[in-house]
Ligand binder design. Structure first.
Ligand code: NOJ
Length: 536
């Protein structure tokens, strides 16, 4: 407990491996591709790189269906390639965090093949099997996140297996100590190879209620008239977020600590009072993502409440994200175009001085918007299962645009990538933005550099500035961070003394002195420091 750990100083970057860089010319990203692009990340200034799954997988869910936890899928490379990636990362001062997927395996995993072979097989109890309901049919009313029931009947053995995702992603039985022992070995395998931690997939879901009761209807759905999926209509009080899941993380903490490795959970719980239980004692997960801002409109009071929650609840224990390979990109969610970009940059500015780990999902540093993917090119099982085409994750998973001049914008030598690139322009590419000092890429880089240079942004005393209306503003040590989350320009009154802009959405403002008050356009952000010579 307590004390500064390396991740408290880090900025993290999510690499969605299938879409970062292809080195083999088959149109799919791979490990050597990532290695070749690590320099971009070092130049950007991040400290930690989270790699999405690259393990052997039939790719029904693009790698989140793993058939061997301690290998590399040949489509992504080899273990030697992985070691090469780690070596290069180390040279560049980058740490690597892997994606651990303990809730489910692929149905191709040897454990599941064995489990399915007979009720007596020793692996049977690695998974969650239930008899049909008394009159026949599914054991309960649980549904999959991807649409359809959470149960599939195995005709041969007459029982249903549980899957919170695809039928090809059978859920493991975390009440079986042998499953836990298997994962101890998986963690150690990668830690011994030199990784710096794990991002834990659906970390709130591993343990289910022992009696598998029916789920009640959700009493009221969020705040507004939103479309409700079959999954959202139920109140998920028995299938996820069970108290004993914390025991798994206590166990892993014991494994991770001697390696000084980070455990960051994808705990998809949007209520802070529930989420905080995963990190407040600091005896299990070191951190969890805070996803609520991904579901919020751009609205000052809402944003303020969500950001206050991370500071008040368990400071330093949250991954601050705007998106991931699972969500519409923030620039699009915030209205798209220049306004969407300004808002995304403003939120990232606010994240930069909050206690926690700011994350960048690949392409956010370019201000990318969602891509349009025609139905016939669609890959996401969510879309394929017809559950929710409008929310297909393909739109945020398109290949990284590196440079103008090729059909895949420098992602691959192939004519076509596994997913279309969408409607990208030269100005979206890394190459073009590196040449443009006013680009989103340079703004992100400046923010990250500032966080590194100014210890106050990471360790300084934190307090919100009171009475600032639509402007969200806080002090962090000798710095002041502010963003206008309203719809029109506003004045921010400043604490007495002279100030200097050390970061601004509009880089022309940097270096300028201000006093008494500062004006901010809608969605404009600024970081101020005491003018030289003006001590506290
Ligand atoms: C969350 C992952 O981020 C997502 O891509 C995946 O489909 C589900 N977990 C299931 O593993």
């Amino acid at each position: 407990v307590g004390g500064v750990r390396w991740w408290h100083d880090a900025v993290a970057y999510e690499v969605y491996v299938p879409s970062f860089q292809d080195s083999s010319g088959d149109g799919l990203g791979d490990l050597r591709g990532v290695t070749g692009r690590l320099e971009h990340l070092a130049w950007l200034g991040v400290d930690l790189v989270w790699l999405t799954p690259f393990y052997p997988s039939p790719m029904r869910d693009h790698g989140y269906d793993i058939s061997d936890y301690v290998g590399v899928d040949p489509r992504f490379g080899t273990l030697e390639d992985f070691d090469g990636l780690l070596r290069r990362a180390r040279e560049l001062g980058l740490r690597v965090v892997l994606d651990l997927v303990p809730n489910h395996t692929s149905s191709d995993h040897e454990w599941f093949r064995r489990a399915r072979s007979s009720r007596e097989d020793p692996y049977r109890d690695y998974y969650l099997w239930r008899d049909p309901a008394p009159g026949g049919g599914r054991p309960n009313n649980w549904v999959s996140h991807f649409g359809g029931p959470a149960w599939t009947l195995d005709e041969a053995t007459g029982q249903y297996w549980c899957h919170l995702f695809l039928p090809e992603q059978p859920d493991l039985n975390w009440r079986n100590p042998e499953v836990a022992a298997e994962f101890d070995r998986v963690l150690r395998f990668w830690l011994d190879r030199g990784v710096s931690g794990f991002r834990i997939d659906v970390a709130h879901a591993l343990v289910k209620h022992p009696d598998f009761p029916d789920l009640p209807e959700h009493p009221g759905h969020l705040d507004g008239p939103v479309e409700t999926t079959e999954h959202e209509r139920l109140d998920h009080i028995y299938d996820v977020d069970q108290p004993d899941v914390l025991d798994v993380y206590r166990r892993w903490r014991g494994i991770a600590e001697p390696y000084d490795a980070l455990l960051v959970g994808e705990v998809y719980v949007l209520e802070m009072d529930r989420l905080v239980r995963y990190v407040d004692k600091q005896d299990g997960l070191h951190a969890s993502f805070w996803f609520a801002p991904l579901h919020a409109p751009w609205e000052p009071r809402t944003l303020r409440k969500l950001l206050e929650a991370v500071v008040d609840s368990a400071p330093g224990a949250f991954g601050l994200v705007q998106g991931s390979h699972d969500r519409s990109r923030s620039v699009s969610r915030f209205g798209g175009g220049a306004l969407g970009r300004a808002r995304a940059l403003a939120l990232q500015t606010l994240y930069t001085g909050l206690p926690g780990i700011p994350f960048v999902y690949q392409g956010e540093e370019l201000g990318l918007e969602d891509a349009e993917i025609p139905p016939e090119a669609s890959e996401d099982p969510i879309a394929a299962r017809g559950a929710d085409y409008a929310n297909s994750r393909d739109r945020c998973r398109t290949p990284m645009p590196w440079a103008p001049g090729s059909p895949t914008w420098g992602f691959s030598d192939a004519e076509r990538a596994w997913l279309p690139s969408g409607d990208r322009a030269a100005a979206d590419t890394v190459e073009a933005q590196r040449d443009d000092p006013g680009s989103m890429l340079h703004r992100y880089r400046a923010l990250i550099a500032l966080r590194r240079e100014r210890e106050d942004l990471r360790r300084g005393a934190f307090s919100w500035l009171p009475g600032t209306g639509d402007v969200l503003a806080y002090r962090r040590g000798e710095l002041l961070v502010a963003a206008n989350a309203g719809e029109r320009a506003a004045w921010l009154p400043l604490p007495p003394g002279g100030w200097e802009a050390v970061f601004a959405s509009d880089r022309e403002r940097e270096g300028r002195a201000v006093a008494e008050r500062v004006s901010l356009e809608a969605a404009e952000a600024i970081v101020l420091a005491r003018s030289p010579g003006e001590g506290a």
